[in-house]
Ligand binder design. Structure first.
Ligand code: 0X9
Ligand code: ZN
Length: 425
């Protein structure tokens, strides 16, 4: 670890270095759990009612057509007896989590050396992501700096990197990425890291990359939910929300993607029950993470403006644009957004044949209120505000637990998509 990294670690506080299981909680292994995708045929309530008798874990947010669940070993027979129309996502979720490789050690690099591409062969601990960014920044210190966007509930700094080209620091409109807003969506951090890595390492040799970085300032925040991310590594691989506690509530966590202060008050796309995965919080923008992200976003809006925002998630293979809060609404520049999304999907497909569905987020997937994309569009005034749901689709096998061997292919196809989008937008 270099001195600059050590200083950044100190800034992040002691919790950034903690890797231990929180007191009183043992790690959930999910050994023998079987995960299923269940067809709902527009009637998820009926299926949920049947499944509610089992202690199955909701595995992803359901859309109109299906819901994904992880069933504990002692309930599998009872689940199968329900004779639901279901396909298998994970034969043994615990075994797949173990195979995922969970976290590999990162040794860092010597002063000013570029980190190795082997970083993208494995998943890593939170503290190593901090070190990786610090190392990357130090290797390209004349066109990057580390930035922070406030502090999480447990006191971790929401860190990121700002990149610029020949116009100098802060001279161009922003391209702005968030990774791992939902704690279990680890692949999203790797993808934004790969894009940052390629922008910097290819700037000097690739004219397309040079043109992109000369045109935009990039602000890349790889882990906007650090507490949740750490919790997925210490305790529960399937955790989604932040780790905020609130007085009088026994359930932990607010969904950062339901807490943004725009259309938060609507009731159709978030939960008011603190125990739910989509809990919206008690007031618009009241989570510490959202406070920091709102301030950071407004800073970008008020300087050179925001050209493109992407909230990177998994899974489902979707490119989603506004709006989340109302399925009858389309953005003013709908035709343009559709054609850019179509072009991005086509370019993504060229690498490995991976298909992405695109469209307005509510009508394409489901309704969400207080989400980032609607805020970035309507308050942040981003020209394009998108959600990208990465691999897999869930129609084959796999879900949040994406084998480490798929990190690079997933990142490569998205890098190709972004090069198209940023040249065309
Ligand atoms: O529910 C979410 O926040 C996102 N999906 S995820 O499975 N990664 O949690 C989707 C957000 C996109 N917005 C809408 N579909 N309205
Ligand atoms: Zn998500």
């Amino acid at each position: 670890m270099k001195l600059s990294t050590a200083i950044f670690q100190i800034l992040l506080g002691p919790l950034a270095l903690a890797g231990a299981v929180p007191k009183g909680e043992s790690k959930i292994t999910y050994g023998g759990y079987k995960a299923f995708r269940v067809a709902t045929h527009n009637n998820p309530a009926a299926i949920k009612e049947k499944i509610s008798k089992l202690s199955a874990v909701t595995y992803n947010i359901d859309n109109r057509e299906h819901l994904d669940v992880a069933v504990p070993p002692q309930e599998i027979a009872a689940f199968e007896a329900l004779k639901l129309e279901a396909s298998v996502l994970h034969e043994d979720l615990g075994a797949d989590i173990a195979k995922e490789g969970t976290v590999a050690a990162y040794e860092g690099v010597s002063a000013q050396a570029v980190p190795s591409l082997t970083w993208f062969n494995a998943y890593h601990a939170y503290a190593d992501h901090v070190t990786f960014f610090s190392d990357l920044q130090a290797a390209f210190s004349n066109q990057s700096e580390l930035v922070t966007a406030g502090t999480s509930f447990e006191g971790r700094t929401i860190f990121g990197i700002h990149l610029w080209g020949s116009g100098g620091k802060g001279s161009k409109p922003a391209v702005y990425y968030h990774g791992t807003v939902h704690a279990r969506e680890w692949i999203s951090t790797k993808v934004v890291e790969y894009i940052a890595y390629n922008l910097l390492t290819q700037y000097g040799t690739n004219t397309t990359v040079k043109a992109i970085l000369d045109k935009y300032d990039f602000y890349i925040l790889p882990v906007v939910n650090p507490d949740g991310f750490v919790y997925t590594q210490t305790t529960n691989r399937l955790w989604r929300k932040n780790r905020q506690t609130r007085s009088g509530q026994s359930c932990v966590g607010t969904d950062i993607n339901r807490n943004w202060p725009y259309k938060w008050e609507l009731t159709n796309g978030a939960s008011t029950n603190a125990c739910d995965e989509t809990y919206k919080g008690l007031a618009a923008g009241d989570s510490p993470e959202n406070k920091g992200l709102v301030a950071f976003t407004l800073g970008l809006k008020n300087s050179k403006g925001i050209k493109l925002f992407i909230d990177w998630h998994s899974y489902g293979q979707y490119i989603l644009f506004p709006y989340g809060y109302d399925c009858s609404l389309k953005p003013a520049n709908y035709a343009l957004q559709s054609s850019l999304a179509a072009g991005t999907a086509a370019r993504i497909k060229l690498s490995y044949g991976t298909s992405f569905t695109y469209g307005p987020s509510c009508s394409t997937l489901y309704a969400t209120t207080g989400d980032s994309v609607d805020y970035l569009d309507s308050v942040g005034l981003a020209q394009y505000a998108w959600t990208i749901e990465l691999r897999p689709t869930g129609s084959g096998t796999g879900g949040f637990v994406l084998p480490a061997a798929q990190i690079l292919p997933t990142a490569i196809e998205q890098w190709e998509g972004q090069k198209y989008l940023l040249a065309a937008a």
